[in-house]
Design a protein around this ligand. Structure first.
Ligand SMILES: Nc1ncnc2c1ncn2[C@@H]1O[C@H](COP(=O)(O)OP(=O)(O)O)[C@@H](O)[C@H]1O
Ligand SMILES: [Mg+2]
Length: 221
């Protein structure tokens, strides 16, 4: 389903030397697989998720998703690819603070052909799942970190994506809410037979994954 071959990513800031973040990543994730990605801070986990979703551009190597080459897509193809396939939970949420909780969750569906009533029902169902129905009309800048994280999760799941990329999705949550979010992510993936990649540091949840990868020195093992 997702194939990553000889992936390299380097950054070069103005007047400074090149940093090689990912030096040779090879990874094969089957459809429906639920995997964790570990690695110390700065090891390149968020960078890898950004490359998979096409939000950042690889330095070299290939990423293939259902036999389509993500690394060969132009900007229009990439945005279409993302809106149809990818549900991303960003480490720092990236919610739109001028919009309400409801509107943030609905947003990805507005880019698709889902009718209004179905869209509304799906948002309400997810609001219920994340325990935030009572915050529906709040602007998201009024939410706590944990609440924002739950809204970001609902927004990522609204399109029933074929691939969910979750960047430390339980990092701001207490134990009960962490379990709730993890259950929601795993249940949704199993139900839709979608794949799930979760960046996590939490060893207590490691047994819930089909496989655990570690990113170290620019490669994944
Ligand atoms: N746009 C960028 N320009 C330069 N360096 C970057 C950029 N994005 C990330 N980095 C660097 O790449 C490394 C990996 O970052 P990141 O992927 O965020 O790590 P992680 O998510 O594992 O903590 C860090 O050293 C970070 O400073
Ligand atoms: Mg990160």
């Amino acid at each position: 389903m997702l194939e990553i071959k000889d992936l390299c990513k380097s950054y070069r800031e103005h007047n400074s030397k090149q940093i090689d973040v990912l030096s040779n990543v090879n990874l094969n994730i089957p459809g429906g697989a639920i995997v964790a990605l570990k690695g110390i801070s700065g090891s390149g986990k968020s960078t890898l998720l950004n490359l998979i979703s096409g939000l950042d551009v690889v330095s070299s190597g290939q990423i293939t998703f259902f036999n389509e080459s993500v690394t060969s897509m132009n900007i229009n193809q990439l945005s279409r690819f993302r809106k149809l396939n990818i549900g991303m939970i960003f480490q720092f949420f990236n919610l739109i603070n001028d919009l309400t909780v409801y509107e943030n969750i609905l947003l990805p569906l507005l880019l698709t052909k889902v009718n209004k009533k179905d869209a509304h029902n799906r948002v309400m169902e997810l609001l219920d799942n994340i325990g935030l129905a009572h915050r529906k009309d709040f602007k998201t800048n009024l939410l706590s970190g944990g609440e924002s994280q739950r809204v970001a999760t609902a927004r990522a799941l609204i399109i029933n994506p074929r691939l969910i990329l979750a960047d430390e999705p339980t990092g701001n949550l207490d134990k009960d809410n962490a379990n709730l979010i993890l259950d929601l992510l795993i249940d949704t993936s199993r139900k839709n037979n979608s794949s799930l990649i979760i960046v996590t540091h939490n060893d207590n949840i490691i047994n819930r994954f089909d496989k655990v990868y570690t990113l170290k020195d620019g490669t994944v093992n």
